[in-house]
Design a protein around this ligand. Sequence first.
Ligand code: KG4
Ligand code: ZN
Length: 475
Amino acid sequence: MIDKISLDYKLDYDRLGYKLNDNFSYLFDLESTINKPYNYIFGYFEDNKLLGFIHIVLTVDEADLINIVVDDYYRHKKIGTKLIYYVIKRFNLKALTLEVRESNDAVKFYEHLGFEVKRVIPRYYGNENAYLMKKVIWVKDVYIFAIESSCDETSAAIIKNGKDVVSLTINTQIKTHENYGGVVPEIASRMHTEAITYVIDDCIKKSGMIFDDMDAIAVTYTPGLLGSLLVGIEAAKVLALSYNKPLIAVNHIAGHIYANNLEDNSITFPSLGLVVSGGHTEIIYLEDDYNFKILGSTLDDAIGEAYDKVARVLDLKYPGGPNIEKLSKEGKPSYKLPIPMNDDSLNLSFSGLKSSIINLVHNETQRGNEINKADLACSFQTIAVDELTRKVELAIKKYNPKNMIVAGGVSANSYLRDEIIKVCKKYDINLSIPKMLYCTDNAAMIGAAAYPLFKRKEFASFDLNGISTGNIFKF
Ligand code: KG4
Ligand code: ZN
């Protein structure tokens, strides 16, 4: 047991009546030490016997180690290590510093615990040199300023340590594109150009930070609409150049995957992954950071694309996904539709299902029959999501994963979320799905995906270009 040594202990000779080398006398001179501000002495007790103690002087979030003593009879029982880790944890120390004689055997012990010799103080102990040793526990926080403009959201974010969202601004163009039933690339890039400066300005102002505080500037460079990507890329280059910061090029789909590291979520490797967005539907295996393998993918339409196309024939506004989801809640899965890729592979297909709905609507309208849109939306969603879930279950049986993540815009769908949650419960798998806000396009996920690249110092050059169809598995 480790406890603060108080004057009560000091007075209880029986309790302290154990031989602690010469240093024992030190304890009896405690009265003045204990009463000094910022001085702390903790003892290591077993059966009420004091076997060792540590004395530190605290300065805000660092400390000087003044003395650490362990009874000779109890050496090599890691009592010293325990005392050191105890004070680090107790005071949430960012660094611990000490002075020790050059010839002292304890130098090795301190080195083993991660202390480094920072300075040699000549003849500090009479004729002998002293080492000033320091253990740094705290690693500097990394702030990444991230920009996303690959499709119809202009967004900027500040992400701390790849995880905490310090600031996030999203400007969506949905209302404009709604009028056209989909994203019009030319309009999208113009709107990004108009919005980008305001979005960046808003994001940094809200944070209370300045660009000099940032460690890097990250930006989505692929995949996406070329003209839109270029707006974000140019803005990022200007910031990186003006503030002399490294530039990080981020793959948008990697962004969706790393959205699973934001806030309370985190990706545990290895993990099974389901990527479901407007352009991607893949079952993947995440070996490690940026080491992903495709296990199965759609052979034609992505699931988000199918949602959007089906929504259009049902006269629902763009983006179709959320509107189909809403309408489905009022319907029943009563329409008989073909089940896509009814096989045991991990591949998927949604174009047959989509076409059968388009034909059905077309034929029924020609015959003058009314369509129950809510039922049809519900039938489509049930079949599409059930098929996805069935394939995920096949992958689980084959690869036996302990962790799973879901990524991409369609992961905002609550029916999909519920079904995947059920499967993961059934197989006792830890599941991570990003918070709703981070499922659809945003710059926070780009900052999260940039962090492992920052740690590896994988920086982009200033001739970085946009690539419209980037492969997520060749970063
Ligand atoms: O990931 P994302 O924001 O953009 C791409 O990177 O593609 O995904 C957009 C897609 C759109 O197809 C949209 O209809 C779909 O995600 N989506 C949804 C939902 N919210 C967005 N699909 C189904 N249910 C939703 N709640
Ligand atoms: Zn996206």
